[in-house]
Design a protein around this ligand. Sequence first.
Ligand SMILES: CC(C)(COP(=O)(O)OP(=O)(O)OC[C@H]1O[C@@H](n2cnc3c(N)ncnc32)[C@H](O)[C@@H]1OP(=O)(O)O)[C@@H](O)C(=O)NCCC(=O)NCCS
Length: 185
Amino acid sequence: MNTIGTKTIETDRLILRRYVVEDADDMYANWTSDPEVTKFMPWPTHESAEMTRSILEEWVSYYDDPRTYNWGITLKGEGHVIGNIAVVERDERTCSYEIGYCLGQAYWGRGIMPEALRAVIAYLFEGESDLNRIYATHDVANAKSGRVMQKAGMHFEGVLRASKRNNQGIHDTAYYSVLRSDLTQ
Ligand SMILES: CC(C)(COP(=O)(O)OP(=O)(O)OC[C@H]1O[C@@H](n2cnc3c(N)ncnc32)[C@H](O)[C@@H]1OP(=O)(O)O)[C@@H](O)C(=O)NCCC(=O)NCCS
């Protein structure tokens, strides 16, 4: 598959950009340290800014690989990161990507993540001619994540029972997707 890597994306209210290691303190303060944000995530709440920094150092090193899609979400005019959106799984055989995201609690309820997700979907389909399917999943108990997918134009596909694990344990998982052909219909 042709890959375009993580380039800056601008929307009405947001700039999605590459991380720099100096984002560690904002990332820790805004989401990785907050158990309300990590409640439905597969990774543990961070116990120190150092833990966030060491993950960020790895993430930044991955940008050399053009198959890496990992954005820090910022509000226009304020440079600090308030959330994350990324391609978390790739399947070259089916030309399909899974997207994951999370946002600092102080920023919930303003439609920020649907705006980011719509922009990332457009960026990937425009930039990668082979890409055919973009999907996202959520714990059925985390319905507000499903709302994000709906508002970004994704289609509900179904629920796979006891199919993933997060900080709440093994859970039933709702799947949403958008196909390239959905955008041309
Ligand atoms: C899920 C999440 C990304 C939503 O992002 P967002 O930018 O707040 O999205 P929206 O503003 O469109 O709100 C989505 C839904 O969240 C709910 N919501 C809104 N404000 C809320 C708040 N302050 N507290 C709790 N829920 C709220 C609403 O049900 C809303 O749906 P509605 O617009 O139909 O009423 C964000 O809550 C988050 O990061 N949660 C923790 C991490 C996570 O669960 N990630 C997804 C894993 S699959």
